[in-house]
Design a protein. Sequence first.
Length: 161
Amino acid sequence: MPGPLPKPPEERQRRNARDLGTVTPPSDSPPDAPAGLGVDAVAAWVAYWGDVVAGVVRPADRSVATRWVRNVDRYHRVLALADAEPVVTGSTGQPKPNGLYDLAFKIEASVRADEQQLGIGPLSRLRLGVKIAETAASLADLTADAEGGADDDDPLAFLTG
């Protein structure tokens, strides 16, 4: 089981902890998806390269992304085959779950490991120490908007009328 999330940089006593700093979206166009992928895998590939977290991937890391998307494709294909016939006949004639489910779950474990390395998912991004630079409003902006709103939006003004 993984440990706690890292402290913010200003609270760290040891400075050798990883912190990738602010990550910006990749500026160049995303790489083409590997040939022969299914629709779900291509959608995952496009979504990943369109996400800001892809900004941490270096050219040497591209093989990890390729392995991830190929395993995503395998997972969807194997799971579709298993779902087509979820119960099969065993060697002695008994009904049993399709063995392809076991293979799908093994592939899923590989996909999860790759997703951790690539920073896919909120917890994986936090563990990588990624600070995402997006156009989200800061807390000060949100506070200013809330305080500068019209009086009719204020529930207290509505009640005191």
